[in-house]
Design a protein around this ligand. Structure first.
Ligand SMILES: [Zn+2]
Ligand SMILES: [Zn+2]
Length: 88
């Protein structure tokens, strides 16, 4: 289970503390500004539209759902028939 990232102890804090960008809506911390921008554009405040076909998990990004499937349901993935059909 990968939820969040382990935090380095204060005794080993570097001198240049990296600026953390925090979403003003949901207060999620982001290390990079464009990551926060992507979050704001694609995730924050949006209804998660991609429903996991195996469990009740939902996500706002298709790539996240694919990663979720590979991580949690690798043994349940449907066989890829190689039709080349892809979602826009
Ligand atoms: Zn947010
Ligand atoms: Zn699932």
């Amino acid at each position: 289970m990968v939820l969040g990232q382990p935090f380095v102890g204060p005794h080993h804090a570097p001198s240049n503390t990296a600026p953390q960008f925090r979403c003003h809506r949901c207060l999620r911390p982001y290390r990079y500004k464009n990551t926060l921008r992507r979050h704001l554009n694609l995730e924050c405040g949006k209804v998660p539209q991609f429903q996991c076909p195996v469990c009740p998990h939902r996500t706002a990004q298709h790539s996240n759902l694919m990663r979720h499937l590979r991580t949690n349901h690798a043994d349940r993935l449907p066989v890829d028939t190689g039709t080349g059909h892809s979602f826009g």
